[in-house]
Design a protein around this ligand. Structure first.
Ligand SMILES: Nc1ncnc2c1ncn2[C@@H]1O[C@H](COP(=O)(O)OP(=O)(O)OP(=O)(O)O)[C@@H](O)[C@H]1O
Ligand SMILES: [Mg+2]
Length: 282
């Protein structure tokens, strides 16, 4: 997907101001920025859900705003998990809810059922146990996982997630992130908005930083999350590992430049400093 000079406004002010970016197949991209900077608006626009004032969005080279563009293609290829997905559950049973996005697909009944089973299992549920339950019987975090399963079941080529980690406990969070990484290995592109910089440092290869409706940083995870000064200008702090490294550097414990953004990289750097050698992964 390619976004060119996208401009979106609600009323008088621009919420997105000439935003351009490209997402390649199999990329895992994190989007960071303080609250109100336009992250959700960007994702919704990329999912074709907003009217835009200016700019283009190309999906496999086709402009989604063109009159000739078949919107069904967008619905098939792009999936979005909303910021508060638990409010989207409404069917009588979880099976129907998770299968909702497949209603108009050409899959057979058995194939649809398999998809629903697969999606629920990926989100840590037992299909047989849960399929006939009402969404109302679930806890907040469970509802969230079911809502994510509903998007997974459609097997999008581009999966966009708006703050999906809130409400997942640490184990579920880690498993989910590893699952997403697995999807990118199969060529699925994942775009994730998150305030959890540490999770992004571990799993996203590329980070986009936004401020007041503009993209102000776009680079490798190391480049963006390791640049604590630039991060502070958009109201964010680096990963905990990067902050620790910064503190160690300021006190002369670590040499060099460029902050390690994960604890693994930091550990390597400390070992390197202690032994006088470069760490294995550097
Ligand atoms: N439907 C709307 N009508 C009017 N203004 C809106 C609407 N949706 C969002 N905005 C405004 O657009 C700006 C960007 O909102 P957006 O939801 O994209 O921010 P965000 O980066 O996702 O923030 P958060 O981290 O809090 O989720 C905000 O100033 C918000 O008030
Ligand atoms: Mg938001």
């Amino acid at each position: 997907m390619e976004v060119r000079k996208l401009t979106v406004g609600y009323g008088a002010a621009w919420v997105l101001d000439q935003v351009s970016l490209q997402i390649g197949a199999g990329e895992f991209v994190g989007i960071v920025g303080c609250t109100g900077c336009g992250k959700t608006t960007l994702l919704k626009a990329m999912a074709g859900l907003l009217e835009v004032q200016d700019g283009e969005i190309l999906l496999d080279g086709e402009n989604i705003f063109s009159r000739r563009f078949d919107r069904a293609v967008l619905r098939r290829k792009v999936g979005m998990v909303f910021q508060y997905p638990e409010y989207q559950l409404f069917a009588q049973t979880l099976e129907k809810d998770v299968g909702f996005g497949l209603k108009y697909s050409r899959l057979s009944r058995e194939e649809k059922q398999e998809r629903v089973r697969w999606a629920l299992e990926q989100m840590g549920f037992s299909y047989e146990e849960i399929k006939d339950q009402s969404p109302l019987s679930l806890s907040g975090g469970e509802k969230r996982r079911v809502a994510i399963a509903g998007v997974l079941a459609t097997k999008p080529e581009l999966l966009m997630l708006d703050e999906p980690l809130a409400g997942l406990d640490p184990m579920a969070r880690e498993m989910f992130l590893e699952f997403l990484e697995g999807l990118t290995g199969q060529g699925v592109s994942v775009v994730m908005v998150s305030h959890n910089v540490d999770a992004l440092a571990q799993h996203a290869a590329r980070i986009i930083g936004m401020k007041q409706g503009k993209i102000v940083m776009d680079g490798s995870c190391q480049e963006v999350l390791g640049d604590s000064r630039a991060l502070r200008t958009i109201g964010l702090l680096g990963s905990e590992a990067a902050q620790t490294a910064e503190l160690l550097r300021a006190n002369g414990v670590l040499p060099g430049s460029g902050l390690p953004v994960t604890y693994e990289a930091l550990r390597d750097e400390i070992i390197g400093a202690l032994t006088g050698e470069k760490g294995e992964n550097r």
